[in-house]
Ligand binder design. Structure first.
Ligand code: NAP
Ligand code: G4F
Length: 327
């Protein structure tokens, strides 16, 4: 039975990837770090699954990574762990660079030392395109990151390419554009808005404060995107891919979609608060998925509006059933 090691298993993508790999019959090992209050709600449903295992460690501790790989001997490593919230990367640039940049090097080194035949996936990001040099953005579009997070992702991306070219390792990156879901963290704008729409609908909140409503993103659905990760690690040759939808919406359109789903007008409930503006904004992102379509036979299955409706419905369910721990 093939084994996969996932860092970031408690996050949005890690939890969906675990669901997918278990359904594919793999033995799944997830790295978790010690936290003072650990709810790990995204993987609660996997507790007790006979092929699901949790391993203690930290991306900033190479010994824990090496030991894990030596004990598990996986065929696949998916490196999804990161400090992934862009605004926090200005507040804690060194900590962000630690896990989001050097953490990638740590994982690559552990793979190289234990078993360089392991197939390695790195979670690269469209934030690397930042102040975009061309539209739509392709694998070959030059990077111009606009935050400590984006800069860290560029480091991890090039380090992954460097290990592929230096050590002939099967190491590749998915350059994933924004992807959301019912399991998205509340601090990200989609979930912040769907959570607010559900609470306002039920009379538990009156308004929500946001920053830049004009920012445009290429938003897809996380369960579709973990499929692409899996396809990437099952090609004959390692190669990087842009994973996106090829369609764009603004934050304003997001608000409209979420509030319309509960029969409300967002203009009555959305306030602007300059505290949510960023020191340097990424105004627009739009991905070109030609290579993923042709070479991976991958394409997104879920539209932006359908995804937002699913997220609003999940948040209504949480509000109605007082499920406060899933946040
Ligand atoms: P997420 O929900 O924020 O999850 C991040 C994960 O990283 C969590 O499991 C977290 O564990 C773990 N982590 C953080 N620091 C760690 C450390 N020092 N050691 C071990 N684990 C650590 O992120 P996501 O949305 O699932 O994204 C997954 C990956 O894709 C990230 O690398 C992100 O930067 C990248 N990405 C995401 C998107 C997107 O739109 N979602 C787009 C492009 C790229 P705790 O639970 O302990 O905090
Ligand atoms: O939801 P966001 O915080 O996501 P952002 O910054 O695009 O980053 C996400 O996607 C990246 C891929 O491109 C990932 F690499 C990264 O890890 C993360 O998952 O913000 C989206 C847009 C921004 O332009 C922001 O300025 O929404 C705008 N926005 C407006 N008001 C807001 C808010 N964002 C947040 N988080 N909160 C607001 O109140």
């Amino acid at each position: 039975m093939d084994k996969a090691f996932i860092t970031g298993i408690t996050g949005q993508d890690g939890s969906y990837l675990a669901d997918l790999l278990l359904s594919e019959g793999l033995e799944v090992y997830g790295l978790i770090r010690r936290k003072a209050s650990a709810s790990n709600w995204r993987i609660h449903h996997l507790a007790g699954h006979e092929r699901m295992h949790l391993v203690n460690g930290d991306l900033m501790d190479v010994t824990s990574l090496t030991r894990s790989l030596q004990q598990i001997r996986p065929k696949y490593v998916f490196n999804l762990a990161a400090q992934s919230f862009v605004p926090f990367s200005w507040e804690a640039p060194e900590a962000t660079s630690g896990v989001t940049a050097i953490g990638v090097l740590n994982m690559l080194e552990a793979v190289r030392m234990v078993d360089p035949a392991i197939r390695f996936y790195q979670a690269s990001s469209s934030e690397m395109f930042g102040k975009v040099r061309e539209t739509p953005q392709k694998r070959t579009t030059p990077f111009y990151p606009r935050s400590p997070y984006g800069v860290s992702k560029v480091y991890g991306h090039w380090m992954t390419i460097n290990y592929r070219e230096s050590y002939d390792m099967y190491a590749c990156s998915g350059i994933l554009f924004n992807h959301e879901s019912e399991r998205r963290g509340l601090e990200f704008v989609t979930r912040k808005v769907t959570w607010a729409a559900a609470n306002i609908k039920r009379g538990k909140m009156e308004s929500v404060s946001l920053g830049n409503l004009d920012a445009q993103r290429d938003w897809g659905y996380a369960p579709d995107y973990v499929q692409a990760m899996w396809l990437m690690l099952n090609r004959e040759e390692p190669r990087d891919y842009v994973i996106a939808t090829g369609e764009q919406s603004s934050v304003r359109e997001l608000c409209d979609a979420a509030f319309s789903a509960v029969g409300l007008n967002y203009e009555d409930h959305v306030k602007i608060d300059p505290r949510f503006l960023r020191p340097a904004e990424v105004n627009t992102l739009l991905g070109d998925i030609g290579e993923a379509r042709e070479q991976l036979s991958w394409q997104p299955a879920t539209s932006f509006r359908d995804m937002i409706t699913k997220m609003v419905e999940a948040d209504l369910h949480r509000v109605d059933n007082n499920i406060t721990w899933e946040t």
